[in-house]
Design a protein around this ligand. Structure first.
Ligand code: RIB
Length: 298
């Protein structure tokens, strides 16, 4: 089995159950507050660990109770957490999440220690990168850090989840990126193109492919996903389930693709497996709390 290294964010999530996501200037009531472990990077590492993968994580949390808890809970699902550093100057990253009754969410992030992951941190830990086969990153850490990783990880399978979307990602050398997984909104922000239908999805994904990215998976929530490369594309319908909270659905989806690739499956097989995982994640509240075991998936 190939070794996966997740480089990314760890947050503590404050999730509010709301009737509807507030508009600008609007105040809404929450019927519940759930405090739980999250962060796109940590959710991905947790998924891979819980589903039986060989995974390590490179990241930073504050030297506080939240940070220590997140690290411990990753350890419990066999994530190698030796390189999750407790930072004495910054607090653990925080996410404030409004979850509406139909399961949709809107997230505000306070980066905290995640943004202390700089070039020096990567250079100090480059052996972790060299020892891995697959590198999985998201955009809740500085772009300069991602640039540094891409330069060191030239011979690795690099997967980027461009969330939250940042157009400056396209200024980096992406010729060594094996796979990128935007959702519709992220694809539109990255390419500046409106996403309306299949044709617009495929065309926008091909803009990413022109930058050097080999494969693009576009996730469309409960509609399904597309796998697109230079010459072909395929639609994968979602597996229907009752969505209660979509938080971490995208994280578990890309993490499951990474895990499946680590088990030498094809991209086609990997997207199918990931669709199953994500369809289960949305049926439970919270981020890491909603990740299923392998037994529940197969
Ligand atoms: O993708 C979901 C995650 O986004 C949450 O866990 C939150 O921490 C934010 O990073």
């Amino acid at each position: 089995m190939k070794k996966i290294l997740v480089i990314g964010s760890l947050n503590i999530d404050f999730s509010f159950d709301v009737e509807k996501i507030p508009e600008p200037g609007e105040t809404v009531n929450a019927t519940n507050l759930k405090v739980s472990n999250g962060g796109k990077g940590a959710n991905q590492a947790y998924t891979i660990g819980k589903l039986g993968g060989k995974v390590s994580m490179l990241g930073m949390v504050g030297n506080d109770e939240y940070g220590k808890n997140i690290k411990n809970s990753l350890k419990k699902v066999n994530v190698n957490v030796k390189k999750i550093i407790l930072n004495n100057k910054e607090q653990t990253g925080k996410a404030f999440i409004n979850v509406s009754h139909d399961g949709e969410n809107a997230i505000t992030i306070m980066h905290g220690a995640n943004y202390a992951m700089d070039k020096d941190f990567i250079l100090k830990n480059q052996n972790e990168i060299k020892n891995a086969d697959i590198i999985l990153m998201q955009l809740e850490i500085p772009l300069k850090t991602i640039k540094e990783v891409i330069e060191i990880a030239k011979d690795k399978i690099i997967i980027i989840d461009p969330a939250p979307a940042n157009r400056n990602l396209l200024k980096l050398d992406l010729s060594n990126i094996f796979l990128m997984k935007p959702n519709e909104t992220e694809l539109s922000v990255l390419t500046g193109k409106p996403i309306k239908d299949e044709k617009s999805i495929v065309n926008a994904a091909r803009c990413l492919i022109k930058t050097g990215v080999k494969n693009v998976v576009v996730s469309l929530g409960d509609k399904g996903s597309y796998l697109i490369d230079e010459n072909s594309y395929k639609f994968y319908p979602s597996i229907k389930s009752k969505a209660i909270d979509t938080t971490a659905a995208g994280d578990s989806f890309i993490a499951s693709i990474a895990l499946s690739l680590a088990n030498d499956k094809t991209l086609d097989e990997s997207v199918k497996f990931a669709s199953k995982v994500a369809s289960l994640v949305v049926t439970k509240k919270g981020a890491q709390d909603s990740i299923p075991s392998l037994k529940e998936v197969i």
